[in-house]
Design a protein around this ligand. Structure first.
Ligand SMILES: Nc1nc2c(ncn2[C@@H]2O[C@H](COP(=O)(O)OP(=O)(O)O)[C@@H](O)[C@H]2O)c(=O)[nH]1
Ligand SMILES: [Mg+2]
Length: 372
């Protein structure tokens, strides 16, 4: 263990052994900030040594889903079941030594599914190829947690992800941070801050080297949220949960597990028999929030046969990325009919956010290139 590992372990132990209450919350907040700053430092050093380099996985399709679970829960079998991809599946641990991609097609969308080595406790510290797996998880659009009746402690998986800066089913904190040159640190808020009394916010900021600038709170943030905002390497990834090997469970056992997994809405499947797979595939697609955009050439009806598939929150600019280059290059404006339009045929720019089933006409500069 290096010096940083020892400091990290010592602080983790102190946090574990300190009861959380009004009297200790400041102390714990400061410890957590120190811990987060140390972990970032450790990552930096691991990368410097070439140790923290992730797999590079070529993304393809409209979205990418990462299968995350302990070894032997059936990740490879599930991948084969839903995508037909041959991922080596065997009855012992660590069969998957690299990341196997498969492609699932659903309602016109192509969904890339990545089978990854099973996560083991300590993954975020590098055990069992943990760092590589976690670096891939950072880039996926959706995490599919997979457990089986023998490995139900999936909260430990969530903890591993959290330890490496992945935030599951959370949104970024509403905290705006600006680094300044001098003049000290100004902290303001639009709501009453109940978790960061007694100069705690300033102390946490200091751990991250922020001595000058402004922090504006737009919500009653906790110390953890402020740390996340300061750490700046956090990713926010949605996740769903499936329980595999449902064929081994009685319906009473299914009910019991279902309760235990709350607030996650578990989908029960059997990769072996195929039971529940249709429901799972539908839930994957729903969680990815695809939208269909019908492109309408000027003076012609919209192409309803082959919509362009985008994701909720995407814009005209994202649509242009998917259209022929000449069309995108000559873009002047877009006309939109549908839910995102204030009135039918509204003229909008690249930054306009699109909605499911919008009809869009790309208006181009005459001669195929910008005027002037
Ligand atoms: N009973 C049962 N066994 C399964 C199911 N899915 C996978 N298995 C078995 O579980 C073992 C581990 O499967 P594998 O796909 O290699 O797990 P991975 O390590 O998570 O990729 C293999 O023996 C599979 O045949 C299932 O739905 N039901
Ligand atoms: Mg496997």
């Amino acid at each position: 263990m290096g010096a940083i590992d020892e400091q990290v372990a010592a602080i983790e132990e102190e946090i574990r052994s300190t009861a959380y209450n009004k009297a200790t919350q400041g102390h714990i907040g400061r410890l957590k900030a120190k811990l987060a700053a140390l972990r970032i430092e450790r990552e930096k050093r691991a990368k410097g040594k070439g140790g923290g380099v992730g797999y590079s996985v070529r993304k393809s399709g409209h979205a990418t889903v990462g299968l995350v679970g302990y070894p032997s829960v059936g990740k490879s079998t599930l991948l084969t079941r839903i995508t037909g991809a041959q991922s080596e599946a065997a009855a012992y641990d660590f069969t998957t030594v690299s990341i196997i991609p498969g492609m699932l097609r659903y309602a016109g969308a192509s969904i890339q599914i990545l089978d990854m080595p099973g996560l083991v406790p300590g993954a975020s510290k590098g055990r069992g190829r943990g760092r590589e797996v976690l670096s891939v998880v950072r880039s996926v659009d959706l995490i599919l947690f997979l457990i089986d009746p023998e490995h139900t402690l999936f909260r430990a998986l969530v903890d591993e992800l959290e330890g490496s800066g992945v935030r599951v089913n959370a949104r970024p904190p509403r905290i705006a941070i600006n680094q300044g040159e001098r003049g000290g640190l100004t902290i303001s808020s639009t709501v009453k801050l109940t978790h960061l009394a007694g100069g705690l916010a300033t102390d946490i900021a200091r751990e991250f080297g922020l001595h000058n600038g402004t922090i504006v709170f737009r919500e009653d943030a906790t110390a953890d949220q402020l740390i996340d905002a300061l750490a700046a390497n956090r990713v926010y990834v949605p996740a769903i949960l499936a329980v595999n090997k449902g064929d081994l469970l009685s319906s009473a056992e299914v009910e019991k597990l279902r309760q235990k997994m709350r607030p996650f809405e578990a989908t029960f499947v059997s990769a072996r028999t195929g039971a529940g797979i249709e429901t799972l595939v539908r839930r994957i697609a729903e969680a990815l929030q695809f939208i269909r955009i019908y492109v309408k050439p000027p003076g012609k009806p919209p192409d309803r046969e082959e919509p362009v598939i985008l994701r909720k929150g995407q814009k005209v600019a994202d649509l242009l990325n998917r259209l022929p280059e000449e069309l995108a290059a000559a873009f002047k404006a877009a006309q939109v009919w549908g839910r995102s339009a204030r009135f039918p045929g509204q003229t909008v720019g690249r930054e306009h956010g699109l909605s499911d089933e919008d009809v869009v006409t790309v208006v181009v500069y005459r001669g195929g290139r910008p005027a002037e």
